[in-house]
Design a protein around this ligand. Structure first.
Ligand code: HEM
Length: 427
């Protein structure tokens, strides 16, 4: 095994296949200072400890999002340059609600969206999700080939999350464009032009949502935005009814923007990775084709072995010791979910894709603790239906590009194939 110090964690090679680096880290230096003041947490148990202690490891001040600067690593959050700030000032004032929320407010925001995204409520979306998936398949089934990312995997969650939130589907192309451009800040080094473009897209998306919120205030529709404009949140610790207040528009925009963006990219990456895993493991493909009750298990195994969100961060609020190493107050702690999900101390034969393992739902691909993915039920439903319908309607699915031409996004957070060209026969 190579020394952990011989890897550049931020190089394109490591990011396109991080697993040898992860193995070296877990075994040689499980709390690894990858850059000054940036500690990588690699073991399953240690990550769980961090995730469940939001007072010591906070998400606020942009801790969760890692500002990836390519080979240079992760930038410490600083105030954006004046030119970017001027653009951002035209959008909605920023509010720490979900991903960047901390106690005690975080849980109050969460409680407002918990119910509509609960497994029971999400199960009722099955007919809608099935229609969305089937219509997308209708668009390419006669061609005998498909570029899965753009024609299917990206469009399933985008369409579903838009309907769920109550953002009109006629505007799909618009917010696909805004989401892709605004999350570019999480990808590799941005040129000044790209940074301006990302800020502009984020502001356009915020102001678009704000307009929908104002419309919903006049006559609240029966969707998530409608629910949020009618919701009341407790302002302080008293629990006194008179201290409940409605949400202001920037708060609702923050919640909706996160659901829209988080709900779109992640499921896309999962569907694409899982398809490739099935192609690479024909026996598993046959097992699933012969028994669709394995599909939910396959989805969990896909999240474990190719975690769509590979890493997210926190800040240490005080000096703290982890695995015998002192992490000074103010350090950035990076939880490598994709690494924990291959921890041999937790998962037997962790690099094997096995849809029938016993410990399928123990992965931390959806996080854990107070920030556990609030969209997990929806993500599971979308992915399960996507594969039920794909495997029902397509047979003899095969790769339509050389295996070594597949590329992953140069992105520290997302595990994302850029495209996946397939051929198939109509079932
Ligand atoms: C396979 C798909 C998905 C994966 C792998 C995933 C992964 C995650 C992870 C790892 C976290 C924890 C964040 C942290 O620790 O700071 C998270 C939180 C979150 N996810 Fe997901 N997610 C997925 C789908 C979705 C969907 C479909 C939605 C929306 C409908 C969504 C919305 C969110 C939101 C809003 C949070 C923040 C929750 C909070 O901080 O309280 N996610 N997700």
């Amino acid at each position: 095994m190579k020394s952990v110090h011989s890897f550049n964690p931020f190089s394109e090679d490591t990011i396109s296949c991080p697993y040898p680096f992860y193995d070296a880290m877990r075994q040689q230096d499980p709390v690894h200072e990858a850059a000054p003041g940036v500690f990588f947490i690699s073991k399953y148990d240690t990550i769980n400890k961090v995730l469940r202690d939001p007072h010591t490891f906070k998400s606020g001040e942009g801790a969760a999002f890692l500002n990836f600067q390519g080979e240079e690593g992760l930038a410490t959050p600083t105030r954006p340059p004046e030119v970017i700030q001027k653009i951002l000032d035209k959008g909605q004032p920023s509010r720490d609600t979900l991903l960047s929320g901390d106690p005690p407010h975080h849980v109050r925001y969460r409680s407002l969206v918990n119910r509509p995204l609960s497994p029971g409520r999400v199960a009722k979306l099955k007919p809608m999700v099935t229609t969305v998936v089937d219509e997308l398949i209708d668009n390419f089934i006669e061609d005998g080939k498909v570029e899965l990312v753009s024609q299917f995997a990206m469009m399933v969650p985008l369409t579903v999350v838009s309907i769920t939130l109550g953002v009109p589907t006629e505007d799909l192309e618009k917010y696909k464009d805004w989401s892709v451009r605004s999350v570019a800040t999480l990808a590799g080094q941005l040129t000044p032009e790209k940074a301006i473009d990302a800020a502009t897209a984020s502001v356009e998306l915020q102001n678009y949502i704000a307009a929908k919120v104002e419309e919903a205030r006049k006559d609240p529709p029966d969707n998530l935005i409608g629910n949020l404009v009618q919701a009341h949140m407790l302002e302080d610790e008293t629990g006194d009814e008179k201290n409940y207040r409605p949400l202001d528009t920037p708060e609702i925009v923050s919640v909706v923007q996160q659901l829209l963006v988080a709900g779109q990219e992640t499921v896309n990456y999962l569907i694409t990775s899982l398809t490739l895993l099935l192609l690479d493991n024909p026996k598993q493909m046959t097992a699933v084709r012969n028994d669709f009750s394995l599909i939910p298990k396959m989805v969990e195994e896909g999240i474990r072995i190719e975690s769509p969100i590979q890493a997210l961060g926190r800040f240490a609020t005080k000096d703290v010791e982890l695995e015998g190493k002192v992490i000074p107050k103010g350090s950035r702690v990076v939880m490598l979910y994709g690494c924990a999900n291959r921890d041999e101390a937790k998962f037997k034969d962790p690099s094997k894709f096995d849809v029938q393992r016993d410990d399928l739902t123990d992965h931390v691909g959806f996080g854990a603790g107070p920030h556990y993915c609030i969209g997990s039920a929806l993500a599971r439903l979308e992915s399960r239906i996507a594969f039920e319908r794909l495997l029902t309607r397509l047979k003899n699915i095969r790769l339509d590009q050389p295996r070594d031409s597949l590329r992953y996004q140069y992105n520290f957070i997302f595990r994302a194939l850029t495209e996946l060209n397939l051929r198939f026969d109509k079932a």
